[in-house]
Design a protein. Structure first.
Length: 271
């Protein structure tokens, strides 16, 4: 989410009814992302638009709607960003080439409850500096998740993300994570990828948030700019993006969009 997005100033805490629906949405999101990642690993020759359509069909067949399709005018259900596209890429007729970086960002809505997640992967053999960037970005996501505890300010998330990435990479700070509301994929609070542990509101039970670190290969002239299509965010070097949605319980958090085989547990108890 762009930190200039127009959203409500209020943080709405959710209940168990919301959570049960969000778990359904989260399972569908995880399945759709796995489908896309498998297609890339298998080196499919489908276009980005065809991949988008497969994910949209999967989401709909599993009883959800694609959250981002027609959201603020975005034409597809999946943001697909290739190489120097960082986020918000519009699926088109491009077919991935050897070594391409591709990120998939999608959401599913089930009876108003939303889950939102993103992954970065590679088509065939990629440059080591790109795969190292992707792994570091993932580890920064995990560090941000593990920093959370009830009563602790959410600035700890951006502090953990930034400290994980800052020594080697350019950290994108004008986009970041966000709260999730009823039929509202981007709600308060904004969760920056660089912050102080004393910044922001205090985490509390019932809060449902998405954390999404973004970073690029270091450049002497770092910038982000929106392409002529009005959506794709471009950077001077290849970037990486990952995201999970989570629900905060009184004594632990639950990663709603957790996928099998990840390097972090689905449920993490607060220290």
């Amino acid at each position: 989410m762009n930190n200039k997005s127009s959203i409500s100033d209020f943080i709405i805490l959710q209940d168990n009814t919301w959570l049960e629906r969000q778990r359904i949405a989260g399972k569908v999101v995880a399945g759709a992302l796995q489908l896309l990642e498998n297609a890339v690993k298998e080196k499919t020759t489908m276009t980005m638009l065809e991949l988008n359509n497969i994910a949209e069909e999967y989401i709909e067949k599993n009883g959800c709607t694609a959250t981002f399709k027609n959201y603020k005018g975005f034409p597809c259900g999946v943001c697909i960003s290739v190489n120097k596209q960082l986020v918000h890429g519009i699926p088109n007729e491009y077919i991935l080439q050897e070594g391409d970086k591709v990120s998939f960002d999608l959401g599913a809505t089930y009876n108003g409850s939303i889950a939102d997640s993103a992954i970065t992967c590679f088509y065939g053999a990629a440059e080591k500096e790109y795969t190292d960037l992707s792994e570091a970005t993932k580890q920064s996501l995990y560090a941000g998740i593990k920093s959370i505890s009830i009563g602790k300010k959410i600035g700890s998330i951006g502090d953990a993300i930034y400290k994980t990435l800052k020594d080697k990479y350019d950290v994108v700070v004008n986009y970041g994570g966000h709260g999730i509301g009823y039929d509202t994929p981007h709600a308060q609070p904004f969760i920056p990828n660089r912050s102080s542990i004393n910044d922001g509101v205090r985490a509390c039970a019932g809060m449902t948030i998405a954390i999404e670190p973004q970073a690029t290969i270091r450049s002497s002239n770092f910038y982000t700019k929106t392409a002529d299509d009005g959506w794709s965010v471009m950077t001077p070097e290849v970037g990486s993006h990952c995201e999970h949605s989570m629900f905060l319980h009184s004594d632990h958090l639950e990663i709603i969009t957790h996928r099998d085989g990840e390097g972090i547990e689905r449920e993490i108890y607060f220290q």
